[in-house]
Design a protein around this ligand. Structure first.
Ligand code: SF4
Length: 431
């Protein structure tokens, strides 16, 4: 493919600190507060030992009942609304297409990742089942009730995919197997395919193979950090957390061998201090392995060790979203692109007409993740407002409308000459 040497005008809107990207030096996690002895390892919940009754809706640090996987799992607010176990509406979304399930224990996750609302240090101030995760609450629901509701809908289920998200806990591997078996005992995985969002730290090759043998369709690794330095600083030794970059890659390699091409991938959070070049080299590495990248825009999660830091400026995020889409789905390679001295994309490596056509389709700016039943490059996992507020959407959980695309072009610094972005009117129109 030929590379058109076209410079992209850098946008006029800039991020916090006068920059249009989040540099490594600025994205340092803060230190955690001390955890009182009685709160450690779910101590308060276990001491009170309140038995659960049906669905538990998180309510701002009320004492959570004693719930455990595999009998209970938590689910995203969007999934709970779609499943009908929780009232509510989502801005500009009818439902979610992915039933995101999360293993749950009074001890919570034993890792301490700096950007995560589920991290261990939060024992100091909030019970495990009351912690926010990717900006939303996660109600806890009996697994039996979930499969009964989905099975009752049969082929009419709104869900295109189910995902089991592991956390770091000694029971996590075994309970993932049980939750998967409970699901497949009532629901044909051909009707609703299953993804596993794994926790490599506790997993062996045999664990990965077992999940495949039991009917899992896609296996993903939440790498999250785009470089070894950021990984170590945000989820390894830097925050007294057990994860290692090497182990995550070991399990990614196993997943490639066990699940095969297009059936494995990695989550990456954009804007934690890597350059655009760093993250796109990683995207290319995953594509060259036969997998996909699923992108999240960094958002300062309330209560996390990075809650004082700026969200990823939309300029940086849009460039990475677009470039990632080109690498994953349009056969563009990172070597075709050009970067400036700060590692920012200044040329996407394809002719302007082709680039315009891809931008105008809007799919590049939708939430990325495992596919559903629409088409390969449209994710079932739409995670409504998991990485931004509705007032300034990062990942669109729906097809962007014409006004959204004008806003996206403005953020990219690639407005059409005939269609200048009128900020106040557009913001009003987008609500
Ligand atoms: S392992 Fe996952 S759930 Fe646990 S703290 Fe890290 S990112 Fe959060």
């Amino acid at each position: 493919m030929t590379c058109l040497k076209r410079e992209i005008a850098l946008p006029t809107r800039i991020g916090v600190g006068g920059l249009d990207h989040n540099p490594f030096e600025a994205m340092k996690p803060r230190a955690p507060r001390a955890v009182p002895a009685e709160a450690k390892n779910g101590g308060r919940v276990k001491a009170a030992n309140v038995p659960p009754e049906g669905v538990y809706l998180p309510n701002n640090n009320r004492l959570a009942p004693h719930m455990r996987s595999p009998d209970y799992v938590q689910m995203s607010t969007a999934a709970a609304i779609t499943l009908g176990v929780m009232p509510g509406r989502m801005h500009r979304c009818g439902c979610t297409r992915c039933l995101n399930l999360l293993l749950t224990y009074p001890e919570g996750c034993r890792a301490n990742c700096a950007y995560c609302g589920l991290a261990r240090h939060r024992e100091a101030e909030r019970d495990y089942a009351d912690r926010n995760f990717i900006r939303v609450d996660w109600p806890a629901v009996p697994m039996g009730e979930i499969v009964a509701r989905v099975a009752a809908d049969g082929g009419n289920t709104p869900f295109h995919r189910m995902c089991i998200s592991m956390i770091t806990h000694p029971r996590s591997d075994a309970d993932t197997v049980t939750v998967l078996k409970t699901w497949t005992s009532r629901i044909d995985p051909a009707t609703v395919p299953v993804s596993i969002l794994s926790n490599p730290t506790t997993m062996s090759a045999a664990d990965v193979r077992q999940l495949k043998d039991l009917g899992a369709d896609i296996f993903t690794v939440a790498l999250d950090a785009a470089t070894p330095e950021i990984f170590d600083r945000t989820r390894g030794k830097g925050v007294d957390s057990p994860h290692s970059w090497a182990k995550y890659w070991e399990v990614l390699d196993i997943a490639r061998d066990v699940f095969g091409p297009q059936k494995f991938g990695a989550h990456i959070i954009v804007g934690m201090g890597e350059t655009e070049y760093d993250v796109l080299m990683l995207v290319q590495r995953l594509v060259d392995m036969g997998g996909h990248s699923h992108m999240f825009c960094f958002f300062p999660e309330k209560g996390s060790l990075m809650d004082h830091l700026p969200a990823t400026p939309r300029d940086q995020w849009r460039r990475v979203q677009l470039a990632r889409y080109l690498i994953d789905y349009a056969q563009v390679r990172v070597e075709h692109m050009r970067f400036d001295e700060a590692g920012r994309v200044v040329d996407f490596g394809i002719p302007k007409a082709e680039l315009d056509s891809i931008i105008d389709k809007g799919i590049a700016f939708r939430t990325s993740g495992c596919p559903g039943k629409i088409q390969e490059d449209i994710s079932a996992c739409d995670r409504p407002y998991g990485d931004s507020p509705p007032s300034n959407i990062a990942s669109y959980p729906f097809q962007p409308a014409a006004a959204d695309l004008r806003k996206i072009r403005h953020q990219l610094g690639m407005e059409k000459a005939s269609d200048p972005y009128r900020e106040s009117e557009e913001l009003e129109e987008l609500g």
